[in-house]
Design a protein around this ligand. Structure first.
Ligand code: FAD
Length: 392
């Protein structure tokens, strides 16, 4: 089989790229290892930056998001048992964030692509890339128990951290950077009303907690834990107690509780690879970089990468221009490192470090007091949180 752009991975990056290319009359085929059902139900990210929201709307996939998503104009930072609002929109000329689940974005993109005749092979696992230094690279994949080959002009590696694309860049060309944090997030989904109109990020002596939301009926909450802990070690009552203790305030606010319908632990780490391009292979999203979820940047970065790639591919196909493709890696890396910096800063400010005997905790409280009392510092947080404009 032949196509113009072969996309490995049907997460937010791969699906959005296929959609953007379709709007530019460039043909693409997605090879995705998992089933449609699995992709549409896995709950991960939930905070969309203004730029992501704008792009979904501009390209015709924002209708359900606008009906079902929740626009937020601020977040709360909570420490020393007191809440402090960061008015994101006031500090950023009206920019805002949208709470709308990643799996919902994925659902919208899959149905839009399939309705437009787009080709997505589900349960098709790429097993290797070949001839990526040539003008006709190929993706070998297994589908329905058979081996297949997809020949393309360009391969987009959108297959996440564990995919096959990044390792296809020779190790002598590739530089990888990684930081692992000595903690993870214990995440739950609970059937309960929202506890707050806006997200609450808390630093407590016992560690970080985040009160977030998925819908008026389902809430997402996290608390910092040992990354090697097991969800089986925690009863529902212990989970609620931990969340109550960490988010307690003096003003009578109470955490809304209800049946827990999902639990999981994720480790905290940051990762980046340079370059993001080799031969006719272009990496995008988690295949190229992982940011800690504290800054809510991962999916947004993935969408920004593919927007840059789609624009570069259009310039190449329509005008024969190669400059944007040549700049792809540098353009994306500059942005990704800014997102790494912000995510690292939020993570460092809001988590207890196991080897800290109090010095770092006091610095964190000083930082939080500064951010919540200085307009300049709050503006810096706000403009990063809602997303620095696309061209920066
Ligand atoms: C707890 C948590 C909270 C988060 N919160 C946020 C948030 O609030 N905001 C935010 O922006 N981000 C957040 N993120 C990050 C976000 O979920 C990811 O950055 C996002 O999924 C990246 O999209 P992607 O398409 O690059 O990769 P993925 O979503 O990982 O998609 C890659 C796809 O490739 C497929 N694949 C892998 N290998 C192969 C293969 N060999 N062949 C074929 N297909 C393959 C996989 O099945 C997968 O579907 C969060 C992440 C976590 C874990």
């Amino acid at each position: 089989m032949d196509t113009q752009v072969g996309i490995v991975g049907g997460g937010p990056a791969g699906l959005m790229l296929s959609h953007l290319l379709h709007l530019q009359d460039i043909e693409a085929v997605i090879v995705e290892a998992r089933s449609r059902e699995k992709l549409q139900t896995e709950v991960r990210a939930g905070v969309l930056e203004q730029g992501t929201v704008d792009l979904l709307r501009e390209t015709g996939v924002g209708e359900r998001m606008d009906q079902e998503g929740a626009v937020h104009h601020g977040i709360e930072l909570r420490f020393n048992r007191q809440g402090h609002r960061i008015p994101l929109s006031d500090l950023t000329d009206g920019r805002e964030i949208m709470l709308y689940g990643q799996h919902e974005v994925v659902k919208d993109l899959i149905s839009t692509r399939l309705d437009a005749g787009g080709q997505i092979f589900f349960e098709a696992e790429a097993v290797g890339l070949h001839d990526i230094e040539t003008q006709k690279p190929t993706i070998r994949y297994r589908h329905d128990g058979q081996d297949h080959e997809l020949r393309c002009d360009v391969i987009a590696g959108c297959d996440g951290y564990y995919g096959v694309c990044r390792p296809s860049i020779p190790s002598e060309i590739r530089t990888e950077y990684e930081r692992r944090y000595p903690f993870g997030w214990f995440g739950i989904l609970a059937e309960a009303p929202p506890s707050s109109e806006e997200l609450i990020y808390t630093l407590h002596e016992r560690g970080f907690a985040l009160i977030s939301t998925r819908s008026p009926e389902v809430q997402r909450m996290y608390f910092q834990c040992d990354p090697d802990d097991d969800v089986g070690n925690w009863s529902d009552e212990q989970i609620w107690k931990e969340l109550r203790v960490r988010t307690e305030v003096h003003d009578g606010w109470a955490l809304e509780e209800g049946p827990i319908i999902e639990k999981g632990i994720v480790g905290m780490r940051s990762f980046a690879v340079e370059p993001m391009q080799y031969g006719r292979l272009y990496l995008a999203g988690d295949a190229a970089h992982i940011v800690t979820p504290t800054g809510a940047k991962g999916m947004n970065l993935a969408i920004r990468d593919v927007r840059t790639l789609a624009e570069a591919l259009r310039a190449w196909y329509e005008k024969g221009r190669t400059d944007l493709l040549e700049d792809y890696s540098n353009t994306c890396l500059k942005r990704a490192w800014k997102a790494q910096r912000f995510s690292w800063w939020m993570t460092s400010m809001l988590h207890r470090f196991p080897d800290d005997e109090g010095f770092q905790h006091n610095l964190q409280l000083a930082e939080l007091e500064y951010v919540t009392s200085s307009q300049a510092a709050a503006t810096s947080l706000a403009e990063n949180y809602v997303g620095i404009a696309f061209d920066h």
